[in-house]
Write a protein that binds this ligand. Sequence first.
Ligand code: SAM
Ligand code: FES
Length: 355
Amino acid sequence: MPLNPLNIIAALRSRAPTDALPSVAEVLALLRAQDAQRDALYAASDKARHDQVGDDVHLRGIIEFSNYCDNDCAYCGIRRHNQELTRYRMPIEEIVEQAARARTWGCPTVVLQSGEDAWFTVERLADLIRRVRATGIEAVTLSVGVRSLDALRQLKAAGCDRYLLRFETSNRTLFARIHPDESFAQRIQFLKDVRSVGIQVGSGFMIGLPGPLTTLARDILFATSLDLDMIGCGPFLAVPKTPLAGAEPLQDREIYLKAIAILRLLNPQANIPATTAFDALMPDGRDRVLQVGANVFMPNVTPAKYRRMYQLYPNKPCVDEEGAACAICVRGRLARLGRPAGRGPGHSLRHIQGA
Ligand code: SAM
Ligand code: FES
């Protein structure tokens, strides 16, 4: 007998964190839900978000401070192999100034992201974090790839609150094919190291990588098994002139949103961002994600002169905007959705409760 999505949704709504995870078949049934059943999924995930983490949307200004990358991921627009790309590295002073501006534009916290850029040694990153925190920024998320355990300790001491490193896909064979410079095990060990030094852990995957839908169902379950503070997932968008060029997006575009809705039901207390790539996939993409379970928005506050050089994928939004524009635009988006901007650092409930 086919699984009924409405029964699965009802079971997930009353699921305790210690209960067994749903089966792959059950997650697949939710990913395939249509019409009224899909609407029921969205209503349940939006309610779970409202009940557990409230209506606030935490604004984290993202500064993409370097597009140098030692890695050659098959999916990525700033991969080492892309020799047509002009590389840039923001001076530390400029990053700090931009973080200070982001605060005046209404972002209490920032995300500092780059390719795997060895110029940014742990000492330089620690100095950067200290100076950013000294501007009054209330929390710093770092997203700069895998570093050593000792480096993590130094970054924590400097004031790093959160670290974002996606596992990209839980399918080990696919991972090895698309992320050749690091092993899957290394990435997962790194996430454990992040937790062990007391930094909040963010991870996630790309939705719609080439392969069967079963992989997506397994990715959702794997992300849940990591018990994350933050789950950052976004659509995979094929980049011309990369090994994955020409890969088609999922035909049912709603699957991208259903994935977020299922993640919210399974992880009611996590911070879940409406990631930028959703706007590249569909009109009002990020607004829709905020309506199916997300509670974080990351306005791009990278100075305009660098943005075109940090195109991880085609159609990346706001590449011609100045820093303030995205921070202002998000206010209008939130007002239309009837959602307030969060105040303070917006730590995960898991972190606040000392789990
Ligand atoms: N270097 C750091 C790392 O790998 O964790 C941070 C920067 S990396 C460019 C940030 C994220 O961009 C990756 O984790 C990946 O999921 C996402 N990304 C890269 N190429 C993408 C694409 N073509 N479509 C969607 N997301 C992409
Ligand atoms: Fe830079 Fe993958 S291409 S981390």
